[in-house]
Structures are given as structure tokens and as C-alpha cells.
Design a protein around this ligand. Sequence first.
Ligand code: PCA
Length: 324
Amino acid sequence: MNRIISFSMAGVVAAGLSATPALATQWDMPTPYPDKTFHTQNIAQFAKDVEAATKGALVIKLHTAGSLFKHKEIKNAVRGGQVPAGELFMGLLANESPAFGIDTQPFLATTYDDAARLWAAQRPVVEKLLDKQGLMVLFSVPWPGQSLYTKKAINSVADLKGLKFRTYNPTLDKFAKLAGAAPTQVQVPDIPQAFATGRVEAMITSPSTGANSKAWDFVTTYTNIQAWVPKNMVVVNKRAFRKLDKPVQEAVLAAAKTAEARGWEMSKKETAAKTKILADNGVKIVEPSAELMSGLKAIGAKMMVDWTKAAGADGKAILDAYNK
Ligand code: PCA
């Protein structure tokens, strides 16, 4: 909490001395994910780039793994100005507006090319929704494709019935429920503990989060369903952004653009690298049966119908742009 106080004091001092451009601003920035996550490494590089480009006029201090604010608090902390910027999983906001969760829709966009097209279609709507809350999107980077981790072979949707399922957002809750599993949301830093204590026994996530969580300690099988390519986003409080000198603002936007491009490339490399780590540690990597895939895709198709109804005009704008 000291840091938050020091941030707002820095704000007060900066406002009082706004004629002194040499005064450095420090931004505290919470992220939900641990240090070794490629997203976190990308954001650390972004912070370095900003500091270098502004010659230290803006210093971004990361607070990783939910250490300053819990994942579910990060958006409102930025909105309320307790911190100027933060990272979160875009689909975490799916209940606020379905537009935020379209990239967690099963089997809509399952490759990086489709994910990039979906982001281009989704971005204007996401920006409009966040702008109303005084927030700006700096950049967004996808996780590798999401696949299935279990303690036994899964050959059909019926094999998922009754499994205690670790989830991370409302869309995945629904997918798990429709598959007959019992969803429980667990944040990434808590995954190993949740499996160890038996709170959960299966999950859908990327090879990155699987390998970083040492999934071999608690599952045997990775079924490569590649069901969706969800994204994180870095958001900034518009008031905090406007307080920066113009050249500093420009440096932040330029570094954000670079971070987005770099992050997508890092993500693409993760899939093979982290799947290999899973295999090297004894996790069985299997391709899904046709029966499992058709069952999961049928659930996805039903969810797509529900999403389209719930998402209204914003949803239509996104899908029209995506399908163009
Ligand atoms: N890792 C994060 C989000 C998606 C992913 O691959 C998680 O499991 O919560």
C-alpha cells in the first residue's frame, strides 16, 4: 500500500511542479501473472523501452503475480486511478460485456492468423467500451492455443463428466458446465495448490501456463484441442496518461506498438517450446479423437448462438468485421 500512497504523492508533486519537465514520474503497474510468464517478460521489456525512450522521465514499476492487486481488482484499480496502468485477461470482463470475451469463444478463432483478425475486429468495440470508463488500451497479446490437461485419457465429452475443472473466466465456466464438468475459477499463481489439495483435477489452458505450473506434478495427459487463442491487455487510465508530457505520451504509444508486435511473436514461439517441456517432463501429448472434437465443437456452436444473442449490436459489428 505504501507504493500506492507514494504514487498519488508523486502525482501531487508533479502537478505542483508541472513546469519542471525533468521530474520523473513513476507508474506502479500490477499484473496477474508470475515473472517467468512470457507476457510478464514482454511487459518488463516495454517498461525498459519506455524508460530508455523517455530518458527516465517515466519509470514503470511492475508488481507481478497479483502482488499489488488481485486479478479481479486490477481493472477497477486502474479505472479508479489507484494505479495508472495494469494488465489483465480480456475475457475476464466477459460478464461486463460479451465483446470482451469473444476471444475465449471455443473454436471461433483457433490460429494466430484468425486471432489477429479477431483482435482487429474486436479492438474498436473494446476501445469504445473502455473509453467510457476512462481507460485506454495500450496493447494486447495472445496466449498460445488452449488445450486440455487431465489425469486420464479423454476420448469424448462424456469422459469430462463430473471432473472438478479449473477455469479462468465466465466463458470457460460455461464451456466446462456444458461439458458436464464442475468449474471453479483459480488464478494462475494458485494452480499447483488447487490441484495438490484436490480442489480441481482438470483444466484448459496454454502450454505456457501448463509448463510454468509444472503440470506434470498433477496431470498425466495433454490433449491438443487448440480451442481458442485468448488475449491479455494492458490498459492505462486516461487521466494519468494525459498528465504525461506530450513526448512521453508518444514514447509510451510507440513502445506499446512495439510490445504488441513482439508479444505476438513471443507467443507463437511458446507453443512448441512449452509443449516440449511438458513432454520432456513426462506429460503424454495426445491428439484429440474425432469424437471428442465433434462433441466440444457442438458445445462451441451452442455457445456461439448464445453469445450472438447476448452481444447485440456490438457483437454483430465484431462478427461482421471478422467474417469479412
Ligand atoms: N493462461 C492463463 C490465461 C490463458 C492461459 O493460457 C490462465 O490459465 O489463466
